[in-house]
Ligand binder design. Structure first.
Ligand SMILES: [Zn+2]
Ligand SMILES: [Zn+2]
Ligand SMILES: [Zn+2]
Length: 102
């Protein structure tokens, strides 16, 4: 992936790297799994765990956007949370930076 620093944009060597080797910018990590935000046939929230490699939820069939696995930081407590999460699980705040608007 590419460094998120607009002035750098260096290509990182592996997805294991946590910081850019060129500018020291923290790289966005991916969550191992997210909680599905889809609904089942009865309109109930799905809530199934979806692993990062999956493209669809195996419980409700919702298409999963790869961006949902990116990890952002809570603006309040700084905890790392998947950007798809509605709120931070640490402090229950809904301001997670790096959130992708759909
Ligand atoms: Zn960089
Ligand atoms: Zn689902
Ligand atoms: Zn928080």
């Amino acid at each position: 992936m590419k460094c998120p620093n607009p002035g750098c944009r260096a290509e990182t060597e592996s997805s294991e790297e946590k910081f850019c080797g060129e500018c020291g910018q923290k790289l966005q990590q991916k969550a191992e799994f997210i909680i599905c935000t889809g609904k089942d046939e009865g309109g109930k929230p799905c809530g199934a765990k979806i692993k990062a490699a999956k493209k669809f939820c195996s419980t409700c069939g919702r298409k999963v956007d790869p961006n949902e696995f990116l990890i952002g930081n809570c603006q309040k407590c700084g905890a790392e949370c998947p950007v798809s999460d509605a709120m931070c699980m640490e402090c229950l705040t809904s301001n997670i930076t790096g959130k992708v608007e759909s």
